[in-house]
Design a protein around this ligand. Structure first.
Ligand SMILES: O=P(O)(O)OC[C@H]1O[C@](O)(COP(=O)(O)O)[C@@H](O)[C@@H]1O
Ligand SMILES: [Mg+2]
Ligand SMILES: [Mg+2]
Length: 348
């Protein structure tokens, strides 16, 4: 049996009366073409142009790499050929109005994991579809202030050993891989299910001293492994590439944390709500996982500004719930062995 191509799957959704909109299917098609162009540039590495050179800073104060700007140009050009009314990007201060009558808004992180460009580690592109509500010509930012629950779909491309597309249009989280033989994306996993129990956690442990007490206690307990209150060993991972961490968690479970911390400007962590946390949370929930700002569900947080940051925890549902309890009521999670002090924690 041959696996289905991306276009065949999208067409079957639209024709099959699944409620998937034709404008979204057409846009995913254009995004996939653009991702292939980005992939070609990345493949050339330092031999090509538009690679790891730096520009200035973006709206959030991050260093902007040539590839960030190049990717933004490619995706903006791609959606000019798609039925998208509004385009909001990490790299642009304000959304671009493309068509005031189109009913689709796209939020995008054109190049995620930019700090890894010159290290040959997987990077990606994250995107979110929202209804273009209101009067886009008068207030183009308004549609992007909807909560993540209103997303019509979300996904990311990962430029890794494989070029893959992780996509959800509201009924599961699907994975497509670019086939060199067929020259198109082909479905690799019809639907991912994240195991509820985690054996791996991902966090930038260099920030340990800046975290709040709850995050430190959680990580301490994981680090104690089978000799601590969790009574089992954990692996630690940190790729510093959100798409790569998310892909791993979709494949084998685990949990990711980028909490707020005490560093200047890091009170809400590093990741952006509209075009990073919301689409990732959508994909994770559609795969049976959970995503919070350490306590509250990401998808229910009303955005106050386009580029706002949010603490982000996501992955295996039981582990995400446990992390929330470390924040809200550590004593509610059971008695801790006297060996580990007086705060009580059951085995999860
Ligand atoms: O370098 P840090 O602080 O560990 O942060 C890594 C995080 O920053 C990011 O690179 C932010 O995304 P951008 O590269 O799009 O700004 C994430 O991919 C990653 O999870
Ligand atoms: Mg990013
Ligand atoms: Mg980026």
């Amino acid at each position: 049996m041959t696996a289905a191509t991306l276009d065949a799957v999208l067409n079957s959704y639209v024709r099959g009366g699944s409620g998937i909109r034709a404008d979204i299917a057409a846009t995913v098609h254009q995004l996939a073409l653009a991702a292939n162009k980005i992939r070609s540039t990345i493949n050339q590495g330092a031999l090509g142009k538009a690679f790891a050179g730096t520009r200035g800073t973006n709206t959030d104060g991050d260093v902007q790499k040539d590839l960030d700007v190049f990717a933004d140009d490619i995706f903006l050009d791609a959606v000019r050929h798609a039925p998208v009314g509004l385009y909001a990007s990490e790299e642009l201060e304000q959304p671009v109005l493309l068509d005031k009558d189109a009913s689709l808004a796209l939020a995008i992180d054109p190049l995620d994991g930019s700090s890894n460009i010159d290290t040959n580690v997987s990077i990606g592109t994250i995107f979110s579809f929202l209804p273009a509500t209101g009067a886009p010509d008068q207030n183009p930012a308004a549609p992007f202030f909807q909560t993540g629950t209103n997303q019509l779909g979300a996904g990311f491309f990962i430029y890794g050993p494989q070029l893959a597309l992780v996509l959800s249009l509201g009924s599961g989280t699907h994975v497509f891989v670019q086939s060199a033989r067929l020259g198109t994306f082909v479905q690799a996993y019809e639907s991912r299910v994240i195991p509820a129990r985690a054996h791996e956690f991902a966090i930038n442990a260099a920030n340990y001293r800046h975290w709040d007490e709850a995050v430190r206690l959680y990580v301490d307990d994981c680090m104690k492994g089978s000799e601590g209150p969790r009574e089992r060993d954990f692996n630690m991972r940190w790729i510093a590439s959100l798409v790569a961490e998310c892909y791993r968690i979709l494949m084998r479970g685990g949990v990711f944390l980028y909490p707020g911390d005490q560093r200047r400007r890091y009170g809400n962590g590093r990741l952006r709500l509209v075009y990073e946390a919301n689409p990732i949370a959508y994909l994770i929930e559609q795969a049976g996982g959970a995503a919070t700002d350490t306590v509250d569900r990401i998808l229910e947080i009303p955005p106050q500004s386009l580029h706002q940051r949010v603490p982000l925890v996501f992955g295996s549902a039981r582990e995400v719930a446990r992390i929330a309890r470390y924040h809200t009521d550590p004593s509610s999670i059971g008695e801790r062995s006297p060996l580990f002090g007086n705060r009580g924690l059951f085995r999860a």
